[in-house]
Each structure stands twice: as C-alpha cells, then as structure tokens.
Design a protein around this ligand. Structure first.
Ligand code: NAP
Ligand code: F7E
Length: 324
C-alpha cells in the first residue's frame, strides 16, 4: 500500500517542492486548496495530474475534519499560513487566525479522526526575532518581533502541547529563510532577483528596497522540504532547526544578484520607507547541527548558487513573457 500524505499550502513555494519530493518517494499526495475566483495552481501545474486536490481552508475546521476522514493520510504537513511578515502588521487578526489558530484546528481534527497521523508544523526562525543567542538552536528562547512571529510561536507551542497531551507524533520544524525561483515576488530575495533581471533586460530602471542591514540565513527551499519529510520518519517526534549556519545582509544579497548580471547595485537601488518594518529582526543565523546528527540532513545549495539560480530563472521567465 502506498503511503498517503496531505499537504496544506500545496499551492505555495514549499508545498510545490514537498509534493514533488513525496511523489518521488512513491506517496499518494493530496493537497488542501482554498477556493478563489481565479485558479492559482502555477507552482503545481506540472504535477497536477499526479496529485489530488481537496477543497478546504484552515479557517474552517469542518473542512479539515472532512478532508482527513476522506483521505485517511498517514502524514499531514501543515504549510498553510499568511506567511508575509510585513502584511502581518496590516492584517494582524487575520494572520493570527490562519497562522496560529489554524494549527489548532488541524491538530484537533487529527486528534478526532486518527491521532496516529504524523503531523509536521511549519515553524519559523521569525520566532527568535530579537535573538537571545547566536546562533539560534532548538533551545534558544523565542522573542518574536511581528504579529506573524507571535502567531508562529503559538503554532509551535500548540504542536508541542498536542504531542505531550495526546502522545501524538507532532513535530515542529523551525526553518530559517528558504528561497527558490518559485518564491513569492514580495519576499526580499525574489524581489531582488526579479528586478535585477528586469533592469538587465531594460524593463525597469530602479529597485526600491527597505532595510539593507538586516541579516538572514538563506537556504534553498528544495533542500528544506527533505528535512520536513525526514522529521516525520523518526520514531520519536522532536523539534529541529533547519538552516545553513551562514548569514548574509540584504546588501550582500544585492551585491551578489547585481554582480550575476555584471551590474553595480549602488546605481539602481533606492531606499524607500514603505518597505521598512515597525520592528525589525536584525540578525538570524541557525545552528542546524541537531538536524545534521539525527536526520543526516545537510543543505546542498550555497547562498551564491541560490541567488544565481534565481536571477537566471527570472531572466528566462521575463525573456519568455516579453518575447525577448
Ligand atoms: P507561501 O508560498 O506563502 O504559501 C502559503 C500557502 O498557504 C499557500 O498555498 C496558501 O494558499 C496557503 N494558505 C494561506 N491561507 C490559507 C488558508 N486559510 N487555508 C488553506 N491554505 C492557506 O509560503 P511558503 O514559503 O511556501 O512557506 C510554507 C510554510 O512555511 C508557511 O507556513 C510559512 O509561514 C512557513 N515558513 C516559511 C519559511 C520560508 O522561508 N519560506 C521559513 C519558515 C517557515 P494560496 O495559494 O491560496 O494563497
Ligand atoms: O525579508 C528586509 C526585511 O520578506 C527579509 C518569510 O518566509 O522568512 C520570511 O520572512 C529581510 C527583512 O523575509 C525589503 O526587512 C529589505 O529583514 O524576504 P523577507 P522575512 O521577513 O525574513 C521567515 C523565516 C518566515 O517564516 C516568513 O514566512 O529583508 N528587506 N528591503 C526587505 N524585505 C522585503 N520583503 N522587501 C523589501 O523591499
């Protein structure tokens, strides 16, 4: 019998890579998708005939229970969230409902339908916020700096609580920033790669950015979904930090991306207050040694390779769109 996995957030960046990865592991893959007036299956279009999409929303507990009862999966990966940090200040209540309470809805649906289902929660380095320790590891205290970060702290602790209260195989993966050519255009690395490609092709003249001093531990999304799967294959559920262990500033990101097309970022980047945050996370760098030791997980793509991959992909995309 093939294993069955349900992915919430399958239309997102990570959902699409995880679905591909699970198909390669010979799973039957199911994805929860919410209704929208236009179809947004761009990231899963290429595998749509190999997966099954189920209508539902993590704001609606009945839809979660129904999906679990219909599919009877062995594994559930909860990747659904309002995941853009900046938006969490303008929509704090909505962000909490989806990103925090959504986790309880799905955990409780699992408890009712089949508590033996293994559960992965997409936790985030944003929980470390104003960091209390460098580098950050599983035991580092949380100090979130945005409504998104606060919501993820709730999601993390409710996962731990259901594990301890009901002996469920529930795991929280504390993933640091991970990117790819499939990343949403609003996140810094994709915003940079897309606009660098536009400038190179003569389709834009400048790039407006916020805080250039912030530092992040950036990895490749394709590497990180493997860690999610490995966590659910362990006999004992535990929480893991997934990161590269290297950190770079937004300025360094600009340097590498513009250098990839032989341009100097200083001639094109304009700082714009609109992209500054009410409270910033200044420095994130993870310690992935537990994931290395217990899961045998290691990132494969370096920061420079990642940025070059993204710029190259956006050049191809824009050339095709504009028939260049
Ligand atoms: P993403 O591209 O923003 O995808 C989010 C997904 O959640 C989309 O499929 C979205 O569906 C879905 N979703 C949002 N609200 C929903 C709802 N109410 N019901 C059902 N589905 C809903 O995010 P990502 O980068 O793939 O990240 C995946 C998860 O990892 C998120 O939980 C994120 O917070 C977390 N995380 C990400 C990173 C990172 O660096 N990427 C790091 C740590 C943690 P639509 O397509 O319909 O909008
Ligand atoms: O910002 C700075 C910004 O939006 C990175 C999400 O996946 O990772 C992501 O959250 C940094 C911040 O990602 C612009 O101030 C400067 O310091 O790419 P980002 P994020 O906020 O780190 C974590 C782990 C998640 O869990 C989240 O879901 O870049 N920055 N100028 C800018 N950021 C953006 N977006 N746009 C700018 O113009």
């Amino acid at each position: 019998m093939k294993k069955r996995a349900l992915i919430t957030g399958i239309t997102g960046q990570d959902g699409s890579y995880l679905a591909e990865y699970l198909l390669k592991q010979d799973y039957d893959v199911f994805g929860l998708v919410r209704r929208s007036s236009t179809v947004n299956y761009e990231r899963i279009h290429h595998i749509q005939d190999q997966i099954t999409l189920i209508s539902g929303d993590i704001l609606d507990q009945t839809s979660m229970t129904r999906a679990l009862s219909d599919i009877r999966p062995q594994e559930v990966y909860n990747l659904a969230a309002q995941s853009f940090v900046q938006t969490s200040w303008t929509q704090p209540v909505f962000t909490s409902d989806v990103t925090a309470l959504g986790v309880t809805r799905i955990l409780d649906a699992i408890r009712q339908v089949d508590p033996a289902i293994r559960f992965y929660q997409a936790s985030s380095s944003e929980m470390f916020g104003k960091v209390q320790e460098v580098p950050q590891k599983e035991t580092t205290p949380f100090y979130p700096r945005s409504p998104y970060g606060v919501a993820k702290v709730y999601g993390h602790w409710i996962t731990v609580n259901y594990r301890e209260s009901y002996q469920m195989h529930a795991t929280s993966g504390i993933l640091f920033n991970h990117e790819s050519p499939r990343r949403g255009l609003e996140f810094a690395p994709r915003k940079v790669s897309y606009n660098v490609a536009k400038i190179k092709l003569g389709l834009a003249k400048e790039l407006r950015m916020g805080n250039l001093d912030a530092q992040r531990d950036w990895g490749f999304a394709g590497d990180y979904v493997k860690a999610m799967w490995l966590m659910l294959q362990q006999e004992t559920p535990e929480d893991y930090v997934v990161a590269t262990g290297q950190t770079h500033s937004v300025e360094k990101l600009l340097t590498v991306a513009f250098n990839a097309v032989d341009l100097d970022w200083k001639q094109y980047v304009v700082q714009d207050e609109r992209y500054m945050r009410p409270a910033e996370v200044d420095l994130l760098v993870g310690d992935p040694s537990k994931a290395g030791k217990k899961l045998g997980w290691e990132p494969q793509v370096t920061f420079e390779q990642l940025v070059q991959m993204m710029v190259e992909s956006d050049l191809q995309l824009l050339k095709a769109d504009h028939r260049l």
